[in-house]
Design a protein around this ligand. Sequence first.
Ligand SMILES: NC(=O)c1ccc[n+]([C@@H]2O[C@H](COP(=O)([O-])OP(=O)(O)OC[C@H]3O[C@@H](n4cnc5c(N)ncnc54)[C@H](OP(=O)(O)O)[C@@H]3O)[C@@H](O)[C@H]2O)c1
Length: 262
Amino acid sequence: MSDESPRKDEVLRKTVLITGASSGIGAACAEKFAIQGWNLLLTARRQDRLEALSAHLSATYGVTVNWQTLDVRRRLDVEQSLTNWQDRQIDVLINNAGLALGWGKLPDNNPDDWDTMIDTNIKGLLWMSRSVVRRMIATGQAGQIVNIGSIAGIQAYPNGAVYCASKAAVRFISDGLRQDVIEHPIRVTNIQPGFVETEFSVVRFHGDTNRAKAVYQGIKPLTGQDIADAVWYAVSAPAHVQVAEITLTATHQANATVIHRA
Ligand SMILES: NC(=O)c1ccc[n+]([C@@H]2O[C@H](COP(=O)([O-])OP(=O)(O)OC[C@H]3O[C@@H](n4cnc5c(N)ncnc54)[C@H](OP(=O)(O)O)[C@@H]3O)[C@@H](O)[C@H]2O)c1
């Protein structure tokens, strides 16, 4: 854990807390917000990645970056991480930590993979959201929860039933939370990307990089930066505007199953 406090001239800067900041979309969001002059609270499980990214962003953009290793599946650790940062106002939470594990027909799936996906994508997102929203309500501050859902949450595809179900849950948790905080100045946004080339497919195929590469063959996929731009659009909208949902895909991807490959 790093414990750098914001300098005096920096306390007026806004702060974003990002889960899964060690790679892909989360790391791209960290850079996007650093470019915009926000202070960063970064979490993920891989300490070396967080250390390197934090050093790079604070040196390049002059913002305050704090990080903690955190496995979002552990509810008590999530609560402790927020306690460790209790003196920091969190203006935006990006619930990005997530993964797909395995590829196959549901009866053939490894139930351990189900546990990991459900615990990370649904329960981890819930633990984080609950802690941060309670704090926002207690202080009366304006805030925003940005969930990284997926087009998999709109339409199920073969061989990925449980991942799709977990992202459908993200969609409905976002819709439900938006209603439950209606009297507070708290906005809830669900970002639903199609193919984004990150470590996502390498993780899904348990480290098989050739299988992962094949996913993006013949199509120019989205990048982490494309998603970070969409997140920034939702966060930088005027205070009276709530961007509820953004769905974005590569030009040659119409939905989860209709893809044109050159
Ligand atoms: N790539 C796509 O095509 C795509 C499309 C739609 C939606 N998404 C969603 O976008 C989000 C980010 O994925 P990505 O594409 O950027 O993949 P990625 O490069 O594999 O990044 C996933 C991030 O999640 C973190 N993470 C995984 N399990 C965690 C846990 N238990 N606790 C804390 N952090 C955890 C990883 O960090 P550590 O391993 O260091 O913990 C990593 O930083 C995910 O929610 C994914 O479902 C991705």
